[in-house]
Every structure is written in C-alpha cells, then in structure tokens.
Design a binder for this molecule. Structure first.
Ligand SMILES: NC(=O)c1ccc[n+]([C@@H]2O[C@H](COP(=O)([O-])OP(=O)(O)OC[C@H]3O[C@@H](n4cnc5c(N)ncnc54)[C@H](O)[C@@H]3O)[C@@H](O)[C@H]2O)c1
Ligand SMILES: O=c1ccn([C@@H]2O[C@H](COP(=O)(O)OP(=O)(O)O[C@H]3O[C@H](CO)[C@H](O)[C@H](O)[C@H]3O)[C@@H](O)[C@H]2O)c(=O)[nH]1
Length: 340
C-alpha cells in the first residue's frame, strides 16, 4: 500500500513511518520541519517540505499519487502553549487539518488516520480510565482544536466518503527499540525525556508541576504508551477502517504518577533524578488513563512495551546514543528528495 504521512519528521510520525516501511508499504512524508527533523525521515523516503497552511502546495502533494491512505500527525501539540496562545492553536490546527481533509476528499482518498488526543477528555478531574464514550470536554484550546478536527472528519465521511480513524493517544514516550528513531522536541516539554535529561545532568533539576492533585501521591497521573506500540495501532486502525469511521483511545490502561516516572528513571539508570516542586501547569488534568478495550477488541492490538520501565529504557538508550538528538545525525532524507 502507498501512504502519505503528514508530520512524518516528528516524534510519533517518524516511528509510524518506520512501522509502515517495516510492513512493506510505500511511504511519502509531508512536513514543514517546524518541530520535526529531516534526519528523522528514513533515507530513501520522499520528503515534501510543505506547510499545510499552504492549500495549493498541500493539494498538489495529495493529488500527486493515488494514496491508499493518509496519516495526519502534523500539529501544534503542547497543552501549556495552547493555554498561553489559544487562538494560534485553534487556527493553526484547525486550518491545517481542514486543508488536508478537503484535499483528501477532492482527490478521492478513502482512508485517513488522525492523531487525536486524550486532551479531548481533559475537563473535570476524572479519576478512572476513560472509554471512547466519555463526554468530550477539552480542558485546553489544544484539546478543543483536536475535537473540532474530529467533527470535520465526521462531515468528510458523511458527505465526502472519507473514512477515518481518530486515535486518541494518551502520553507517547519511549523510542524505537532498534535505535532508529527517538524523541527530540525543541523545546522539550514532555516529562519522560526531561526526567532523563535531568538525571543525565544535561538540564537543571526537573520542575515537578503540582503536588496537590487528588491522586495517590499528589502528582498528576498519565498513561504512557510506547511510541512503537502507538505506531502499531495506526497500522491496525488502517486495516480496520473498512466502510466505517472509527475512534479509539490508545493507551495501556496503566496510570503512573509523575513521581512514579521519576522513580522509574532512577531504577532503570541507577542514578538519582534531581527535581524540585513547582506550581501546577495551566491546562493539566489530574489524571488521564485510557480504557482501550475497544481498540484491543476490534483490532487485536496488544502493547509489546506496556510497562513504564521498558518505555524509559528505550528512551534512555536513544538519548545516550544521541546526546544531541537529531542535530548530530546528518540528513538522510535530504539527498535529492525534498521538494517545496
Ligand atoms: N506526543 C504525544 O504524547 C501526543 C499525545 C497525543 C496526541 N499527540 C498528537 O500526535 C501528533 C504528533 O505528535 P508529536 O509528539 O510527534 O509531535 P511533533 O512536534 O514531534 O511532530 C509534529 C510534526 O508535524 C510537523 N508540522 C507541524 N505543523 C505543520 C504544518 N503546518 N505543516 C506541515 N507540517 C507540520 C512538524 O514539523 C513535526 O514534524 C500531533 O498531532 C499531536 O497533537 C501527541
Ligand atoms: O517539566 C515538566 C514537564 C511535565 N510535567 C508533568 O508531567 C505530566 C505529563 O506532561 P507532558 O507534558 O509530558 O504531557 P501532557 O500530558 O501534558 O501532554 C501529552 O499528552 C496529551 C494527552 O494526554 C497531549 O495530547 C499532548 O500532545 C502530549 O504532549 C504533566 O502532569 C505535567 O505537568 C512536569 O511536572 N514537569
């Protein structure tokens, strides 16, 4: 099969590109490299350096081949930033997705997998696993932007015949177990890589946001999902979209508190993590844990790296092998492939 992957130079997108290539599929990437890395796109994979805000350029890429499906990862994705700059987030995520989806419908693409988020459910302090049927109450403009896109996809199906799977990821972390890719956000805001870097002495002590949440130790609880398991969920969702659109929560159903993440990094590394308490971060719900029963039942998805230590071990291995992230990796996708 031939797939177009937007945001394929980013963290989750690049791991999914690897999974698609491992599965024998043909892949092209569309990315503006705003937060992604050329070097994260495997050598030989065509990279279209295009901004999804550019309707014509986006339409040209979507219309350039007969795609068996499109996977849409590209977005602004930081909850905290979206609380500071809500209209930018709402505009950017909505318009980029709208451009892409309209082109997909216009060119007769039949399947799209969309990176949705647990932040759809970020409203009240829920302290139990969240099923797909839970009310959608985004607690941030970021979550709201993703909910709006899910609605666009509803109409793209009803009127345009584009079937989709909205994958509501919980917290992606870890790195390719074969060491081919890893997490390199700039700036990095995610707990697992920041905790590892604090332990390695590459950053100041970790600031732990909030110690008075209604949880077992006062810190927030999240459901960390290994990025390779998440990538596998995309392949399974693609196979499952067959005449109907889907929405799945994608997580392990295991909640770990922020303090438990620190403890896991200390266990795996054998070193202390320097950290200090800090005020709550705006937009953070107390607990986000997935009930992914539907995904498991309908697609047979089973995570291979569900425990936090496996997630931390692969993330640490990649960081130790790539202390400067992708900056020191060269640019395999560059040679003659990029357009735009
Ligand atoms: N990382 C997580 O824990 C997590 C959790 C839930 C949902 N998500 C969603 O998954 C997706 C991927 O997240 P990630 O962590 O890999 O982020 P990322 O920032 O690493 O990747 C996003 C990619 O999209 C590209 N991009 C952004 N805006 C673009 C535009 N206008 N045109 C073209 N390309 C553009 C970036 O250059 C980057 O390569 C996002 O949609 C995010 O909202 C991520
Ligand atoms: O320096 C830090 C960074 C994070 N945290 C805490 O660690 C937890 C996890 O935070 P992350 O920033 O790693 O992840 P989020 O839960 O905020 O967000 C992630 O998952 C969401 C869905 O759950 C969104 O989809 C989003 O794109 C993705 O980044 C939160 O309690 C946060 O306050 C800290 O204490 N200190």
């Amino acid at each position: 099969m031939r797939y177009l992957v937007t945001g394929g130079a980013g963290f989750v997108g690049s791991h999914t590109v690897l999974a698609l290539l491992d599965g024998g599929h043909e892949v092209e990437v569309l990315d503006n490299l705003s937060t992604g890395h050329r070097a994260a796109v495997p050598g030989g994979t065509k990279l279209h350096v295009v901004d999804l805000l550019d309707r014509d350029a986006t339409d040209a890429v979507v219309g350039s081949r007969a795609w068996d499906g499109v996977l849409h990862f590209a977005a602004l994705s930081l909850v905290g930033d979206s609380m500071r700059d809500p209209f930018h987030y709402l505009r950017q995520n909505y318009l980029t997705a709208l451009n892409l989806i309209q082109s997909c419908v216009g060119h007769g693409v039949r399947k799209l997998v969309f990176s949705s988020t647990a932040a759809l459910f970020g409203g009240p302090d829920r302290l139990e696993p969240i099923p797909e049927t839970a009310p959608l109450l985004p607690g941030s403009p970021y979550g709201e932007s993703k909910m709006l896109i899910e609605r666009v996809l509803h109409w793209a199906d009803a009127i345009g015949g584009l079937r989709s799977a909205c994958l509501r990821y919980f917290n992606a972390a870890g790195a390719d177990p074969q060491g081919r890719a890893g997490e390199d956000h700039r700036p990095e805001t995610h707990l697992v890589p920041l905790t590892i870097d604090a332990m390695l002495g590459r950053r100041p002590p970790l600031r732990l946001f909030g110690d008075d949440y209604p949880t077992r130790d006062g810190s927030c609880i999240r459901d960390y999902i290994h990025v390779t398991d998440l990538a596998d969920a995309h392949l399974r969702a693609l196979a499952q979209i067959d005449g109907r659109s889907l929405a799945y929560n994608v997580g392990n159903g295991l909640g770990y508190s922020n303090l438990e993440v620190i403890a896991a990094v200390e266990r795996v590394s054998g070193r202390k993590v320097p950290w200090e308490p800090a005020p709550r971060r705006d937009g953070d719900p107390a607990m986000l844990v997935a009930d992914a029963t539907t995904l498991r039942r309908e697609t047979g998805w089973t995570p291979a790296y569900a425990d936090l230590e496996s997630i931390v071990r692969t993330a640490l291995a990649w960081r130790e092998a790539h202390p400067e992230g992708y900056a020191a990796c060269g640019a395999p996708a560059e040679a003659g492939f990029a357009i735009g």
